[in-house]
Design a protein around this ligand. Structure first.
Ligand code: GLN
Length: 197
């Protein structure tokens, strides 16, 4: 079992560390051939605008678009969630997402006061609340019928963890609180033979 972490920019090491604690080999993905040997992929936080540009210059845009359209196991956190969103508002004009989740996200969607914050996330199907670290997080504005809602902010019920088949997205940074449950879910999808497509 090998799980890739997109390593063009952003918060890569903390994801590798969570994978290590799960006993899974993490592989840094920088070029298209890095995708050949992996069973699942993490799209980390960072800046979705920068990542969008680097997807083009690295040659990864086409194979990653194919990856998500084949519904291969993927976990996107924060900027990674922006990359997985079918619709993005308040993005930069030239940023283009990969898509894969039938959701609309508003980039940097939490107002000034809550631009970065920690909040409890209720995720009844996953066990106890998550300690959600939100850093200029995208806000999920709407979800389509194919989307399973896995987590909501305890304070106001806003949706912050979603899944569709083997594609999982969350608006916060589970790797910064060291919570391995979403990575474990990704690994389970990968173990299930690349999950439902
Ligand atoms: N605001 C960033 C973006 O839109 C996401 C921030 C993050 O990943 N922590 O890409």
């Amino acid at each position: 079992m090998r799980i890739g972490v997109l390593a063009l920019q952003g918060d890569v090491d903390a994801h590798q560390e969570v994978l290590r604690t799960l006993g899974v080999e993490g592989v840094s993905v920088r070029t298209p051939s890095d995708l050949d040997s992996i069973d699942g992929l993490v799209l980390p936080g960072g800046e979705s605008t920068t990542m969008s540009m680097l997807l083009d210059s690295s040659g990864l845009r086409e194979p990653l678009t194919e990856w998500v359209s084949e519904r291969r196991p993927t976990l996107g956190t924060c900027a990674g969630l922006v990359l997985l969103a079918d619709r993005v508002t308040d993005g930069r004009d030239d940023q283009v997402s990969l898509g894969g989740l039938d959701i609309t996200v508003q980039r940097n969607g939490y107002g000034r006061q809550k631009f970065s914050f920690e909040g409890d996330v209720a995720a009844p199907d996953l066990g106890e609340e998550f300690d959600g670290v939100f850093i200029r997080a995208p806000r999920i504005l709407d979800v389509g019928a194919s989307i399973e809602v896995l987590g909501r902010l305890s304070a106001d019920g806003e949706i912050v963890i979603v899944q569709a088949g083997a594609i999982i997205g969350c608006a916060f940074h589970p790797e910064l609180s060291g919570d391995p449950r979403l990575h474990a879910r990704l690994v389970a999808c990968a173990n299930a033979g690349n999950g439902p497509r």
